[in-house]
Design a protein around this ligand. Structure first.
Ligand code: AGP
Length: 602
């Protein structure tokens, strides 16, 4: 996730870009940059870290009078957060900003290098500006060169390009990443979302995938694969707070809906045709490793538990999971053939960070799975895999959990291939299922309204048990945590086979059981456990692709062939249930009582 802003007009461009980027900083803040052409001359500034650094760097620069301008705030995917890797990327006479991932950049880069082009950064984005200039050197036609460039790109992009070859024009294209165009008289704005242009533009056009074109002289020319097309604008919202949530009521709700999209970001460039690749890893990290230990807290601990099932079952490597606050004081025995993995959304959780430091002192190799680049945990680890979920604002974690779990699934396949514990046939099946995950995460209106309706029956009672087996036990733990965090109702996650060893004593009609009943993993066993509860009059909400006649309430899922697809689909159901119960109880969904997004105290 990165943020883009663009502007053509007579206003002070630097301020428009910096204020706009401020609104988009939640999309990433590894580095930021702006480029402006005025009086046919290019100027640019870049700074690593938060936007304030760029503000400080540009404080003496002024840019009033007519000009074109583009800006970017970055969330690193290819290449470290350095100034060279910061956008805008420059060619000889042009600049580009880009959000998304160009999947075929390596191929394009090699071709351009063979033509003698020199690259400055490690990013995929830089190929865009060089490709544009390459075509321009052949035909001296800026728009033609831009269209040809766009034609060559595979993957996701929202991109803006300015060039001294057309100093009064901004070229734009969108495919898979968000971008809109704002209008106010002859002034034209571009942005990744509404908020940077609210209060400036009055009309807006939301670009569709496959659209591209240019803005010049107060006009926008729009094209797609069929040629030039007309478009109509609509009035731009005026409420900024609402716009930040993209029209959703809460950040948590927005983040639940975003999961499908961010999951694609997590996989891009990593899920290849016949294997998993992590540019962050190499075989050296795994040399001599015969064991894995994962340490985390809260939701991240639940993804770790899920990962441990996958790592042992599929990669055949022993794996233990520890709650970081327990690990720190248990005087653990650590062996140096253990790879120590920490998982954290924020990368700042004190207990997890301290556990990592302990493991490092004992000489263990370390890997972190984290959503925030440059965070303390990432900096402390030997290697890091970023989850690419984008900034998560809701205190109740949703998309971070989904992407952590996906990274662990990918890591499992990566290690399995490396250690030759998986056949190519099995690997192909896993990769195929993986590619279906974004679909399994889609929230339909039908599903959401069903859970809104059901939620009114679950506002009281003396407790909730979320139950599941195997991979669905950690999901049960996570479902229960989500509900208790934002509803303040008591909820527990339990392995369904364990209920008869005690908790079943609680069963009566006021005990709500949320039963995770996947078809592809131990269905008959779970069914018997749920029947035992039903026989004791517990109220059952069953989530399953298979109709279950003893259920008091039933949510039917679609996927039934691969456990992980069932996992992700059921995860969304539990998240929506927690959300809707919380809404009905009138709680603060995004900032529930007593909690904080980042727990930096032990
Ligand atoms: C999740 O909904 C929580 N708010 C919480 O459990 C969180 O997962 C935990 O505090 C760990 O945070 P981290 O992932 O940032 O390390």
């Amino acid at each position: 996730m990165c943020g883009i802003v663009g502007y053509i007009g007579n206003e002070e461009k630097k301020e428009i870009l910096l204020d706009g980027l401020q609104e988009l900083e939640y999309r990433g803040y590894d580095s930021a940059g702006i480029a402006i052409i005025e009086n046919e001359k290019l100027n640019y500034f870049k700074a690593i870290g938060k936007l304030q650094n760029l503000r400080d760097k540009t404080k003496d620069y002024q840019s009033s009078g007519f000009g074109v301008s583009i800006g970017h705030t970055r969330w690193a995917t290819h290449g470290k957060p350095t100034e060279l890797n910061a956008h805008p990327h420059l060619g000889k006479f042009s600049f580009v900003v880009h959000n998304g991932i160009i999947e075929n950049y390596q191929e394009l880069k090699t071709q351009l290098q063979e033509e003698g082009v020199h690259f400055l950064s490690q990013t995929d984005t830089e190929t865009i500006v060089h490709l544009f200039e390459y075509y321009y050197s052949q035909n001296s036609d800026s728009f033609n060169s831009f269209s040809k460039t766009i034609d060559r790109l595979h993957g996701a992009y929202a991109t803006l390009l300015i060039s001294e070859s057309s100093p009064d024009t901004i070229f734009f294209a969108k495919n898979g990443s968000p971008m809109l165009i704002g209008f106010d008289g002859d002034d034209i704005y571009f942005a990744s979302s509404d908020t940077p242009i609210i209060g400036r533009a009055t009309e807006v056009y939301y670009l569709e995938d496959g659209e591209y074109g240019y803005a010049k002289n107060g006009e926008v020319k729009l094209f797609d694969k069929n040629g030039e097309k007309s478009f109509s604008t609509k009035p731009l919202a005026t409420d900024k707070a609402m716009a930040q949530k993209d029209g959703y009521r809460f950040f948590m709700e927005k983040e639940i809906y975003e999961q499908s999209l961010v999951m694609s970001d997590t996989m891009i460039g990593r899920v290849l045709e016949d294997r998993i690749d992590f540019e962050e890893l190499d075989s050296e990290l795994f040399e001599g490793v015969t064991n894995i230990k994962i340490c985390a807290c809260g939701t991240s601990y639940h993804s770790a538990l899920t990962g441990s099932y996958l790592l042992e079952r599929v990669a055949k490597i022993p794996c233990q999971v520890e709650i970081a606050s327990e690990f720190r004081y248990k005087e653990p025995l650590l062996r140096d053939d253990t790879l120590f993995i920490t998982i954290s959304q924020s990368g700042e959780t004190a207990d997890t960070l301290e556990a990592l430091k302990m493991a490092k002192r004992e000489g263990l190799k370390s890997l972190s799975i984290c959503n925030v680049d440059n965070s303390s945990i990432v900096r402390e680890s030997d290697r890091a895999i970023l989850t690419r979920a984008g900034i998560e604002k809701g205190v109740a974690s949703t998309k971070a959990f989904a992407t952590q779990t996906m990274v662990l699934w990918m890591l499992t396949l990566y290690i399995a291939k490396l250690q030759k514990t998986i056949s190519q046939d099995r690997l192909d099946i896993e990769l195929d299922a993986m590619r279906h995950t974004p679909k399994a995460l889609l929230v339909t209106d039908k599903l959401h309204s069903k859970l809104t309706r059901l939620s009114k029956r679950y506002l009281h009672g003396h407790g909730f048990f979320f139950i599941g087996r195997d991979l669905f036990f950690p999901l049960a733990l996570e479902g229960a945590l989500k509900l208790k965090e934002i509803s303040y109702l008591h909820a527990e996650g339990y392995p369904s086979g364990e209920m008869k060893h005690g908790p079943i004593a609680l069963a009566d009609s006021e005990l709500f059981t949320i039963a995770l009943m996947p078809k592809s993993l131990h269905y008959e066993k779970i069914k018997s456990n749920v029947e035992e509860l039903s026989a004791r009059d517990a109220t059952i909400l069953a989530i399953s692709p298979e109709p279950f006649e003893l259920a008091d309430d039933f949510v039917q899922t679609i996927y039934d062939t691969h456990p992980m697809l069932e996992f992700f689909e059921m995860m969304v159901v539990t998240q929506l249930l927690a959300l809707e119960v919380s809404v009905r109880l009138g709680n603060d969904v995004d900032m529930p009582r007593n909690l904080a997004k980042s727990v930096t105290v032990e």
